[in-house]
Design a binder for this molecule. Structure first.
Ligand SMILES: [Ca+2]
Ligand SMILES: [Ca+2]
Ligand SMILES: [Ca+2]
Ligand SMILES: [Ca+2]
Length: 253
């Protein structure tokens, strides 16, 4: 299960073979869910972030406890995360262990990474107080060197797409507009690119762009301006490539 749900309390629904397997609620106004092995035991966990308006964000890890039941095994304590907008799971520092990355906007304006320690304990291991409304996070190999990077899309503040190498800022697109970015092989050449959407402020920079590693930097190789606010949902980018609704075979990680 990945994606966004709405309502308060926020519903979580897990489907298996298109059949509802489990349903429960979270104390938040909307939610983000990701599936991945965050404790490196070979089994996937369910990670949920549910921002509660402008106040706290609830970040939790669930394990399948059998029979379609899911048990909360960890939560972040609720205190210091505000208005999370980008949840991802991936090995952002290439040490062979996945992190949970949470991009946050509004009053905290930072990106946090949590790592499994032991048992059901996860520690905050990295924070970037970049001063932006961070709108997305994703982990993947965007310069195709075999090591993964963290890509963050930001709005108010830096207004950019950012690439982090081992937690250090390696590249910024420069200020464009509200940004949400995803990683994928959009031209089917076997190498990943960054797709970024800009929008929500109704100016001439609204649109979509592709950044590709050229051996030295990330180069804007294609863009389409719309001049109208675009959704900051990454899936919306696909519309620009197809000129129609997204195709079912479009998969982004
Ligand atoms: Ca696991
Ligand atoms: Ca790691
Ligand atoms: Ca890389
Ligand atoms: Ca490619």
């Amino acid at each position: 299960m990945t994606g966004i749900t709405g309502g308060s309390p926020c519903p979580v629904r897990i489907f298996k073979n298109m059949v509802l397997l489990a349903s429960f609620t979270q104390n938040g106004s909307r939610g983000y869910g990701k599936v991945g092995d965050v404790d490196n035991d070979g089994l996937n966990e369910l990670v949920i972030a549910t921002p509660n308006g402008d106040t706290t964000t609830y970040l939790k890890v669930y394990k399948h406890s059998g029979g379609g039941a899911f048990s909360e095994v960890w939560n972040s304590g609720f205190a210091t995360r505000v208005e999370s907008r980008g949840l991802s799971i991936g090995d952002m520092d290439t040490d062979g262990v996945n992190e949970i990355i949470l991009a946050q906007s509004y009053y905290t304006r930072k990106v946090d990474a949590y790592r499994h320690v032991s048992g059901n304990t996860y520690n905050l291991v990295w924070t970037d107080n970049n001063g932006s409304d961070n709108h997305s996070s994703c982990v993947g190999d965007v310069d195709n060197d075999g090591q993964k990077e963290l890509v963050v899309g930001s709005g108010n503040g830096n207004w950019d797409t950012r690439v982090y190498e081992n937690g250090a800022l390696g590249w910024s697109s420069g200020a464009v507009d509200n940004q949400q970015a995803v990683i994928g092989d959009v031209d089917n050449d076997g190498q990943n690119e960054i797709l970024a959407v800009s929008g929500a402020s109704n100016n001439s920079n609204d649109g979509a762009g592709i950044y590709k590693w050229n051996g030295t930097t990330y180069q804007l190789i294609w863009y389409k301006l719309t001049g109208t606010p675009s959704s900051t949902l990454a899936e919306k980018v696909l519309w620009y490539f197809h000129g129609t609704t997204p195709a079912s075979d479009d998969v982004f990680v």
